[in-house]
Design a protein around this ligand. Structure first.
Ligand code: ADP
Length: 876
């Protein structure tokens, strides 16, 4: 890069233009180099030195680089930081470049090795073990809109899973929240903010979201004439698939990753949850962002990465179909009741490699001999599990259905077993992975080079004796190949013209030589070695083909193993924590005896404290519970634990309770604790109201809702009024099962008018002037709020608490004298009655207006009429 447009600079800029907003990794020898702004960005993310190389337009060119052998680690960090990277490799050797220059008649000093972008590395298109988290799926999603319907295509190319669905635009955020993609592809012109904050967004040409192209590609990938065998796909789904496949094609530069037949996902079979509910229930991540303190962290006892990934999927999309839930529960029950079987199974599963991901890498062309070894070991392990289960009696239906998938790979495992060494390496270019005895020609080549190596070792001993130089060594390096080396002071003996040695190189302390015999033996090694490498390489290709040919069956085995691991893990978790099998029914009930919150319970256990179990009993005539009691009394915990118990049950697992009878829930809503969402520019109160609005407009008789402290973020009067009206609307209109925590004592009066509403509170008592929170749920309204006692407990200085007490006394005295807030509320008409009265009033006004002949009115009459109407409208 000495002057403005060197050939290399031109090549670089051309590739950079192709890379667009991706960082360009430009291969130069053993390094990937980055230049200009890319270099600045990467140097700051990776915390590596920013240097300069040559000049461009008179300015030094910023540069940084990472060694090729360590590139994966750096890529991982760049991807985590939200970057995308284009990899430009050398696609010819310097020798080939020279030969080309000669053909083209360019001076060889001007010739430049050809480079090409071979792949785009983006968050959603990873397959490398080092770049993926073993226990998390890595989803790539594409979204589009076809005449008002959103199409969504999602895949995890590390395992090939692919799913298509459609939804109304309002539900898109909920669908995307469930999928949890790390990268989302959308047509140009889409607002990126609407699609969630945790995913990288990529906008692509609208034309790539074509349902025709999607259909054609899917048919081509799976070699079918029609997609009917995979399910029914709408135009919107296919258009999203088109966008997804076009992006994968672009990212892999024409190299398609592993994609299994897509399935169409319907919404009826699953329990719906919106984004806010997912976040507030902390299903896969806590509000702080990590897995720690999330539901899955408290539940996951899977011993394989694939199991953990499937469990996350189950918890993200609980079922709403009784037979499907029962099928999962029956398998958990089977494994729960047989601890010995469970232990054996976990032992076998724990040893299994992640064959789904190994398959993904092999099919994407990024596989290694180690991946082949993993497929071999995983499939044989599956076979052992099959044999352990096959003769057992009373197998539940789901196990029966899984069994065939665990076997049937004998031919492939035999092939891999005889072809591969026990622990194949991760690098394929150095060979050494094909086992002895698999290919006689290869064995012979190895023998030739082995003999030659032995001959060289013998030669070293002979030369030492002949030259009387015990420090003589025969060495090897990449530049010289084999050579003889002696310390400088002994060099003279070998320099003699008749010594039989030829001089090659003089170093500071040593001199290097060659000899004819050494040259011959080295030639033998090189030739046999090269042919052996070529032979291994072609075996690798064959074996990879053999694996790829059975991709669907292998993926089926991986899925069956993952399901077994999930069920075994659930049984294990249940036995660890005395969890029970929930009873599922279609009645609108929720009857939990001694329920617990798995996350809070685990946190308390860690500090040696005991969790107080609580009952919950909702039914159609007692479906709305108002839960009062002091702050820190355990209201939120109680609300959440019931939502989580429903979620765990409908995901097909046991639940933390003594017994649980759960009427199927079609939609779960949670509005818990106002967490600020200032990043989105909404105040706490606004967020609370948006979420409450969503619940009021969507919840139905089969829904379950938890509402915590509605109306907290505004004044007492506003807040109470809103909470009151929301509770009434839930009771009268939504008619769902609902737990409603509130600190407004006044709301207890709702029990007088709402017959399916009942009052409950978390107990507390004052003992010797100190507050004791019992975390125990009791019937009836809370007697007082204990706010000052909680403040004292929290360490608010005594004078402040004392002062607050005197203010409180004043307020309470004033309220007693004037009748106060609660008394006023007693006079309110019922919710329904108020609605009716407003309706009657509006009808009256309409009639009066309709009967008016405006043209016949004098100005004076008109004014009188306005006064009258205003009086009738209630302003007197
Ligand atoms: P609230 O919503 O009434 O303010 P929380 O539900 O947030 O109270 O609970 C406050 C704390 O009390 C929790 O963090 C937990 O440590 C403890 N806690 C809550 N419920 C229980 C329970 N059932 N048993 C034991 N401790 C509990």
């Amino acid at each position: 890069m000495a002057s403005t447009a060197t050939p290399m600079m031109k090549q670089y800029l051309g590739l950079k233009a192709e890379a667009g907003d991706c960082l360009l990794f430009y291969r130069m020898g053993d390094f990937f180099e980055l230049f200009f702004d890319d270099a600045k960005k990467a140097a700051s993310v990776l915390d590596i030195a920013l240097t300069a190389r040559g000049e461009n337009n008179g300015q030094p060119v910023p540069m940084c680089g990472v060694p090729v052998h360590a590139a994966e680690g750096y890529l991982a960090r760049l991807i985590k930081a939200g970057c995308r990277v284009a990899i430009a490799e050398q696609v010819e050797t310097p020798g080939e470049a020279k030969a080309r220059a000669k053909r083209e008649g360019t001076p060889s000093s001007k010739v430049l090795v050809k480079r090409d972008i071979v792949r785009f590395v983006t968050a959603g298109t990873l397959t490398e073990e080092a770049l993926l988290e073993p226990r998390r799926a890595n989803m790539l999603a594409a979204v589009c809109d076809v005449r008002g319907t959103c199409g969504v295509a999602a895949c995890d190319i590390s395992t090939g899973a692919m799913m298509l669905e459609e939804c109304i635009p309002e539900r898109l955020p909920a669908v995307l929240a469930r999928i949890g993609a790390s990268e989302i592809v959308a047509p140009e012109g889409w607002a990126t903010r609407a699609l969630g904050e945790n995913a990288e967004m990529v906008l692509r040409a609208v034309s790539t979201f074509s349902s025709d192209a999607g259909e054609i590609q899917l048919k081509a990938i799976h070699g079918v004439a029609t997609l009917d065998g995979f399910g029914g796909f709408s135009r919107a789904m296919l258009a999203a698939a088109g966008g997804l496949l076009a992006y994968l094609d672009h990212a892999g530069r024409g190299n398609m990753p592993l994609l299994l037949p897509p399935f169409a996902r319907s919404h009826d079979g699953h329990m719906a949850m919106d984004e806010a509910t997912r976040a507030s229930l902390e299903i896969l991540a806590s509000q702080q962002g990590g897995r720690a303190h999330s539901l899955i962290a408290a539940v996951d006892r899977c011993v394989t990465g694939a199991g953990a990934r499937l469990l996350a999927e189950d918890l993200s999309a609980p079922l709403a179909h009784k037979p499907a839930i029962e099928a999962r529960l029956a398998l958990v029950q089977y494994l729960f009741s047989d601890p010995l079987l469970r232990g054996d199974l976990r032992g076998l599963l724990r040893a299994l490699p992640d064959i789904g991901r190994a398959l993904g890498r092999l099919v994407a062309g990024r596989g290694s001999p180690r991946d082949l070894g993993q497929i071999r070991d995983g499939l044989s392990g599956a076979r052992r599990i099959h044999d352990m289960l096959k003769d057992r009696a009373d197998r539940p239906a789901m196990l029966e259905a899984l069994l065939p998938s665990l076997t049937g790979h004998a031919e492939l495992t035999d092939l891999l077993g005889s072809a591969l060494v026990p622990s194949p390496p991760t690098e394929r270019q150095n060979g050494g992975f094909i086992a002895e005895g698999y290919d006689h020609a290869l064995d012979e080549l190895r023998e030739v080079s082995g003999n030659a190596r032995r001959a060289i070792a013998a030669m070293e001993a002979r030369y030492r004796a002949d030259t009387d130089t015990p420090s003589l060594k025969i060495k090897h390096n990449g530049v010289l190949g084999y050579f003889i080396e002696v310390p400088a002071k002994h060099a003279d003996k070998l320099m003699a013209p008749d010594s039989g040695f030829t001089h090659r190189q003089t170093m500071a302390n040593a001199v290097r030589f060659n000899s004819l015999t050494l040259h011959e033996e080295a030639g033998r090694i090189a030739e046999a070695g090269g042919r052996a490498l070529a032979a291994e390489e072609s075996h690798f290709e064959e074996l990879m083909e053999a694996v790829a040919a059975r991709r669907e069956a292998i993926a089926g085995t991986a899925a069956a193993l993952a399901r077994l691991d999930v069920s075994t893990g659930q049984a294990e978790r249940a036995s660890e924590g005395e969890w029970c099998r929930p009873q599922i029914s279609d009645d609108p009930v929720l009857d939990i005896e001694a329920g617990r919150h798995p996350v809070v319970e685990a946190a308390l256990a860690a500090s040696g404290e005991r969790f107080v179990a609580n009952d919950c009993a909702l039914s159609s005539n007692d479906r709305l519970w108002l839960v009062g009691g002091p702050n820190m009394g355990g209201k939120s915990t109680f609300l959440r634990q019931n939502a989580l118990i429903i979620l765990l049950a409908q995901a097909g697992g046991f639940v933390p309770a003594r017994s649980a009878h759960i009427g199927l829930v079609d939609q779960l809503f949670s509005r818990v604790g106002a967490s600020d969402n200032l990043a989105r520019g909404r105040s706490t109160f606004m967020v609370e109201m948006v979420e409450t609005a969503a619940i009021l407009s969507q919840a139905g008789e089969r829904s379950f809702v938890i509402l915590d402290e509605v109306g907290r973020g505004t004044s007492t009067y506003d807040g109470l009024a809103l909470a009151w009206a929301v509770a009434e609307a839930i009771h009268e209109t939504n008619r769902c099962r609902c737990l409603f925590a509130t600190h407004y004592h006044e709301m207890a009066r709702l029990a007088e008018t709402c017959d399916a509403l009942s009052l409950h509170h978390v107990r507390a008592k004052e003992w010797k002037g100190d507050l004791v929170l019992l975390h125990e749920l009791s019937e009836g309204a809370a007697d007082r709020s204990y706010g000052l006692a909680v403040a004292k407990l929290a360490g608010v200085p005594a004078p402040v608490v004392k002062r607050a007490k005197s203010v409180l006394d004043k307020l309470e005295k004033g309220r007693a004298e004037t009748g106060g807030l609660a008394a006023g509320l007693g006079d309110l008409p019922l919710f329904a009655a108020a609605l009716e009265a407003a309706e009657v009033e509006r009808d009256g006004l309409r009639d009066t207006l309709n009967s008016l002949d405006i043209d016949a009115l004098t100005p004076r009459d008109a004014l009188d009429m306005l006064y009258r109407l205003k009086r009738e409208a209630g302003d007197n």
